[in-house]
Design a protein around this ligand. Structure first.
Ligand code: ADP
Ligand code: MG
Length: 359
């Protein structure tokens, strides 16, 4: 479905639900394009709140605060997908414009709905099943990964299990239930597609990114990805199909595994700018955050042009913070700091884009 509508006028306010770094970088992009931002977050001194035009610090179950926020913004977007379902209900009820729509969020925050949707789109996923009770563990082909259906991120809410005893321990430890099991995929590498779709249905797909995780957290993104032309074509076709199938407005990311033989297996989607797209900030004329804001504001998304090869390093926890000074002194590096209140292990504190050559 394509819609026509007037772009938001200069000075209009884009509401961003969530106060993390993705909101921060979206707010920067919005300001460049002439828009105000209003961040809603439960957190004082959040990375997004620090740079937004207006901040509401309130809990996600504060209906009065949420209604006030909706009344003050021209459109709502999201910087993380784990928005509580009751908040999505409230947004629907107020009739505030949401881009992407709340239906996309409902799919993206539930691994069961997400996998079913990917299946309906004809996109291959790892063998999987739902685990509601102990007896459901009998269906698992080991080795496997148990994951919570909801609220997982950066590997939280997951357990790799090689046998029934480990599966039972994982079932007891992980919450909330239900869980899903997935066959463990001995992939050759991980890639992602990041793309935007505007309100007119036009799509812009970035170069496929190769991703290296450490302790289940994205550590490095490499562009161009070291994949075959066939693998690239499948990955790009997948993201285009999903953008249309979801009637997406904004940026969508798809994480995928590439098997030894080149087969592409979809892992998960994120209906928002994605960590593996941060390289676009410095290696392209238009970043994923620019595209997201353009789409949300009803402006055209444009074809990205990459002018350099690039490696993005995430700065995670104290050891990531210790790499900041070197990044500042490197003429090939563009450092980005998120302004988080404290440095904790496993926390994404910033990233560095190192431009390594001509694209
Ligand atoms: P999160 O929501 O935390 O990003 P993911 O499902 O993307 O959760 O899992 C995080 C990482 O764990 C993946 O990027 C991958 O490295 C590894 N992983 C997840 N599922 C599997 C699987 N079925 N087989 C092999 N590795 C997996
Ligand atoms: Mg992931």
């Amino acid at each position: 479905m394509t819609r026509r509508s007037e772009p938001l006028p200069f000075g209009a306010t884009i509401g961003i639900l969530g106060g993390g770094q993705l909101g921060r970088m979206s707010a920067h992009a919005a300001a460049r394009l002439g828009y105000r931002t209003h961040v809603y977050t439960p957190e004082q001194g959040s990375p997004g709140g620090e740079v937004a035009s207006t901040v509401t610090v309130a809990a996600f179950d504060d209906a009065a605060a949420l209604r006030g926020f909706c009344a003050q913004v021209d459109v709502v977007t999201f910087e993380f997908e784990n928005i509580p379902p009751a908040v999505l209900d409230l947004l629907d009820e107020t009739g505030v414009a949401c881009r992407p729509g709340t239906a996309v969020l409902r799919i993206g925050q539930d691994r069961v709905l997400e996998k079913r949707f990917l299946g309906r789109m004809g996109i291959e996923v790892a063998p999987w099943g739902v685990v509601e009770k102990l007896g459901d563990l009998a269906a698992i082909p080991f080795p496997a990964v148990l994951k919570t259906t909801r609220l997982g991120y950066d590997g939280r809410g997951q357990a790799r299990v090689a046998n029934m005893a480990e599966a039972e321990a994982g079932f007891a430890r992980l919450a909330p239930h239900p869980l899903v099991w997935e066959a463990y995929m001995p992939f050759a590498l991980e890639i992602s597609a990041v793309a935007a779709r505007g309100m007119d249905g036009a799509m812009a797909v970035y170069d496929i990114t190769e991703n290296i995780h450490r302790h289940h957290i994205l550590d490095q993104s490499i562009v161009p990805a070291r994949i075959s032309a066939e693998t690239r074509a499948v990955a790009e076709a997948n993201i285009r199909r999903l953008l249309e199938g979801l009637d997406m407005v904004g940026v969508l990311a798809l994480e995928m595994f590439v098997m030894e033989g080149g087969e592409v297996i979809a892992n998960e989607i994120a209906p928002r700018p994605h960590n593996s797209g941060h390289w676009t900030m410095d290696a392209c004329q238009v970043s994923q955050f620019d595209q997201h804001i353009r789409a949300v504001a009803g402006l055209p998304v444009i074809q990205p042009r990459r002018h350099a090869d690039v490696v993005m390093d995430n700065l995670v926890g104290p050891e990531g913070a210790a790499r900041w000074d070197a990044a500042l002194a490197d003429p090939a590096a563009v450092p980005h700091w998120y302004g988080k209140a404290d440095v904790r292990p496993g926390r994404k504190l910033g990233h560095v884009n190192r431009l390594t050559g001509r694209g």
